[in-house]
Design a protein. Structure first.
Length: 302
């Protein structure tokens, strides 16, 4: 069955999900605030380069006005973590009373920000390791494949089917929080270093000093997760991070993409969140603190 799906966000992942769902025949709307992106999609459609290098173009409804999306039953929230509150306000205007917003974002605190505006019944937590690169406004290239894991919700069925029909690997898991923290370990160890050094993920393994810092970041974040009584989805955080860096060796992390575009990064909800949770448990997190401040300084100077 063809669904109407609202994608909140017009960046790399938002564009990837919109393109693949449109390709599967679903009716997709994109809601965002980036005018250049919205205008390009309205005028020329959404350009998608798939993992085989084939080019596609889809006509997609793109708007910055939530009133054009009123009654949305299924929304995927794919904005940067620092935009979640704004996205929640937009959704408050257009999500159906029995609608469901699923966050697949990076970092901590996104579900909580959405629940504050929409109520816990209308929000589900998810995580994805799928990758994408924004080539420019309204143009996206598929990156590495990765599963979409979402916590159970009675309203999830049609969205789950739609994503499966778009060839995403969809899994419903009892404890999405474990996966969110698992991704946080990976992101805190890889993203800030690639952004600061301006190198692809795999190069972290080839530079001994960077590799050492990467391992220390993973250790710190895992310690904080254990203190939060989170059971991580892997037993060895360092091996897990090294494995991701190896498998995504040529990828530019989303944080590096942000820095290269002069855009604000998600460092506050990644390393910054690790520091805040660490303070709560009196666990020192100096490597995360340094990366938090250094990446923050990049944005404010740029």
């Amino acid at each position: 069955m063809k669904e109407n799906i609202l994608i909140v966000g017009t960046g790399a992942l938002g564009s990837l999900f919109a393109a693949r769902l449109a390709q599967a025949g679903h009716h997709v709307s994109m809601l965002g605030t980036w005018q250049e992106g919205l205008n390009t999609i309205r005028k020329n459609g959404l350009h998608f380069t798939d993992s085989e290098g084939n080019q596609h173009q889809f006509q997609i409804h793109a708007t910055d006005d939530p009133r054009e999306c009123v009654g949305a039953k299924h929304a995927l929230v794919l904005v940067k973590a620092w935009q979640t509150e704004r996205a929640a306000n937009q959704l408050k205007e257009c999500l159906a009373d029995d609608g469901l917003a699923v966050t697949l974002q990076n970092g901590l605190g996104n579900r909580e920000a959405l629940i504050q505006r929409l109520g816990s019944d209308r929000v589900a937590l998810g995580v994805t390791t799928a990758g994408a690169t924004l080539l420019g406004p309204g143009a996206v290239k598929a990156g590495g494949e990765g599963p979409i894991s979402m916590e159970p919700n009675q309203a999830l069925g049609p969205l789950e089917e739609a994503l499966t029909s778009a060839n995403f690997d969809v899994r419903v898991v009892e404890n999405a929080q474990s996966l969110v923290w698992g991704k946080l370990v990976i992101n805190s160890a890889i993203n800030p270093l690639t952004a600061l050094l301006r190198i692809p993920n795999g190069e972290l393994l080839e530079r001994p000093s960077a590799h050492e810092v990467m391992k220390e970041l993973a250790r710190e974040t895992a310690r904080v997760a254990y203190a939060e009584r989170i059971e991580l989805p892997f037993s060895d955080p360092i091996a897990a991070v090294e494995d991701v860096a190896r498998r995504t060796a040529t990828n530019r992390s989303s944080m590096l993409q942000d820095v290269l575009r002069g855009a604000r990064t998600e460092i506050d909800s990644i390393c910054g969140a690790v520091v805040r949770y660490g303070e709560k448990h009196d666990i020192p997190t100096p490597a995360n603190w340094d990366c938090w401040k250094l990446v923050g300084a990049l944005h404010h100077s740029g």
